[in-house]
Design a protein around this ligand. Structure first.
Ligand code: ADP
Ligand code: ADP
Length: 224
């Protein structure tokens, strides 16, 4: 298995079965959407995929390497996550924020790497402006560039459109499609079916911690 492989993963918090025997695969070059209402277990699974928490049962691998299993976590550097709360320092520029996150210097090499990604994605955000002067969609693009400078092979997007104005959602989802066309594996978490339909190659629907539906193709059901 080349991409992400989640096998039989369960995780409980006290008596809450947050994830129950979840199976999910994301191949390189595809967008997989994880759908579910609040409390369905999406964030729990993201924390396990990030190697921040260990499951009670099952295992998670990326390109064959173990990421999480009972009593075992090993965050994989090939996995990058864009969280829904944009973790940027407002008084710092985009480039400085990217440098801070990567523990690098905001030097020419980093600028070149960030600019290359911007060119590829067509984002074109001014990396030299303090983030506090940028609109939310631009800040989110900085987050995306920040995640991509580390050259991940799996990008996890946790409710990425939450703070976007409705008019920005379409362009953002197109950006996600371009990332996959570039060969990245993308796992996008959302509770919005319309967004899932717009972007997904395949999808998994969670309810009460369980997989209740799977869709191999872009054609999602209207009752998810
Ligand atoms: P979602 O991201 O789909 O909204 P979560 O994974 O956050 O769902 O939550 C799934 C269930 O697990 C919920 O009932 C939630 O309250 C519970 N839960 C999640 N994380 C914790 C935690 N750290 N401690 C206790 N309960 C948790
Ligand atoms: P999201 O909006 O992404 O679904 P949630 O609000 O479900 O996020 O959860 C945010 C964080 O809080 C997650 O890391 C989750 O594990 C944790 N969490 C969720 N429910 C609980 C809970 N009942 N007790 C403790 N932590 C929780």
């Amino acid at each position: 298995q080349d991409g992400l492989d989640v096998r039989g993963v369960s995780k409980a918090y006290g008596s809450t079965l947050a994830n129950q025997e979840i199976d999910l695969q994301v191949a390189p070059g595809t967008v997989h959407v994880l759908l579910g209402e609040n409390g369905a277990g999406k964030s729990t699974l993201v924390n396990l995929i990030n190697g921040r928490e260990a499951p009670d049962a099952g295992e998670i691998r990326f390109a064959g390497a173990l990421v999480a299993a009972p009593g075992h976590t090993r965050p994989n550097p090939a996995i990058a996550t864009v969280h829904q709360d944009l973790a940027l320092v407002p008084v710092m520029t985009g480039l400085e924020n990217i440098a801070l996150a990567l523990r690098r210097r905001p030097d020419r090499a980093l600028r070149r790497a960030a600019t290359e990604i911007q060119d590829r994605l067509g984002t074109g955000v001014d990396l030299d402006r303090p983030v506090e002067e940028l609109e939310l969609p631009q800040r989110q693009r900085i987050e995306l560039v920040k995640a991509l400078v580390a050259q991940p092979r799996l990008l996890v997007l946790d409710e990425p459109t939450t703070f976007l104005p409705p008019a920005e959602t379409g362009p953002f989802l197109e950006l996600v499609r371009r990332l996959a066309a570039d060969g990245l594996a993308v796992l996008m978490i959302t509770h919005r079916l319309d967004e899932a339909q717009a972007v997904a190659d395949s999808a998994t629907v969670l309810r009460h911690g369980r997989v209740v539906a799977r869709h191999a193709g872009p054609q999602l059901p209207s009752n998810a």
